[in-house]
Design a protein around this ligand. Structure first.
Ligand code: UDP
Ligand code: MG
Length: 307
């Protein structure tokens, strides 16, 4: 796991860094500087000698432009050699699991069923997932739990980063979460000794980039279970949970930030899947057993009695 993560994080870090290095905003000042230095050659260089004639004065500036251009091009080519493959390109990682930076999903939806479980913080995703696991035999993967486990894993290079993001209710860079999920899915399938599996992916995707990345690199999703709950109810539940959860983000300030992230960043994901006709919306205000009964009913309507 450590080496897998280290490969993917190096990739992630460089992927994040890459656009800045080749963006127009980064290259524009360089281009301006180049133009300025070219202009200086024209405007301030005095003729070396009067006997040189005008053809000599015109020749050197052109040579300078060509030299600068060539040097710039070579530098650009060399920089690109160091860049990671673009997102979606295959990642060679000998002897390790491939990082999910590719265009073919690792798992086929014929073998692997993925149901995303979404809802605001405190909507009851974890509780309902536990019920679905015990009654219907899904494998439950909580993105938040995987991130917290990675944060605590001795030697993890993501520990501090994850801690920071979670405390502030922000979304951890997707490469980390997508890789953790893919690893967990691979492990679960290996443990079950089968290429077939049914997964509830809880609390993910919380941002559009995660959704696209996961579906493109790991596995297309079949459905989204969306637990709909008013903020005041969720807040009450989270503050109650905070008394014993030991979670760094179950406090009033973090909760406020999480709600904001949920509305601004995560709801667009639900809206996107809604348009795709993949969302099952369940009212999550009632007591857990009522919500579960409703969940089963809605899943049966969509998938039949065997799911
Ligand atoms: N998180 C993240 N990416 C994800 C899922 C979770 O960055 O895909 C982080 C985020 O900071 C979130 C925190 O993990 O606020 C807790 O997530 P969890 O799903 O455990 O919270 P819940 O919704 O269950 O309250
Ligand atoms: Mg949860």
């Amino acid at each position: 796991m450590a080496s897998r993560m280290s490969v993917s994080w190096r990739l992630a870090a460089r992927t994040i860094a890459a656009p800045a290095r080749c963006s127009t905003s980064a290259s524009a000042p360089r281009a301006v500087l180049r133009q300025q230095s070219q202009r200086r050659l024209y405007s301030s260089e005095p003729p070396r000698s009067s006997s040189g004639g005008s053809s000599k004065i015109k020749f050197w500036p052109f040579l300078g432009v060509i030299a600068l251009g060539t040097a710039g091009y070579v530098a650009l080519v060399n920089r690109r050699k160091d860049m990671p493959p673009a997102v979606g390109a295959p990642t060679p990682a000998a002897g390790q699991l491939p990082a999910p930076a590719k265009s073919t999903p690792t798992f086929s939806p014929d073998d692997v069923t993925v149901i995303f479980v979404l809802g605001g913080p405190g909507a009851g995703k974890g509780t309902q997932c536990a019920n679905l696991v015990s009654k219907h035999g899904f494998t439950h993967l909580s993105a938040g739990d995987l991130l917290r486990a990675e944060q605590e894993r001795p030697g993890s290079q993501f520990g501090d980063l994850i801690r920071d993001y979670i405390k502030n209710g922000l979304i951890v860079p997707m490469e980390v979460t997508v890789q953790l999920l893919e690893n967990a899915m691979t492990d679960a399938l290996a443990k079950g000794g089968s290429s077939k599996g049914r997964f509830l992916i809880d609390g993910f995707p919380r941002k559009m980039d995660q959704a696209h990345k996961f579906e493109e690199a790991v596995c297309p999703a079949k459905l989204v279970l969306f637990y709909d709950c008013p903020e005041d109810v969720m807040e009450k539940r989270l503050l109650e949970r905070g008394k014993t959860s030991g979670r760094s983000d179950d406090n009033a300030e973090s909760i406020r930030k999480r709600f904001r992230t949920f509305i601004e960043t995560s709801m667009p994901v639900v809206d996107y899947y809604e348009k795709e006709g993949k969302v099952i919306k369940v009212d999550a205000t009632a007591a857990p057993d009522k919500v579960f009964a409703n969940t089963e009913k809605r899943l049966t309507e969509r998938l039949g009695t065997k799911y």
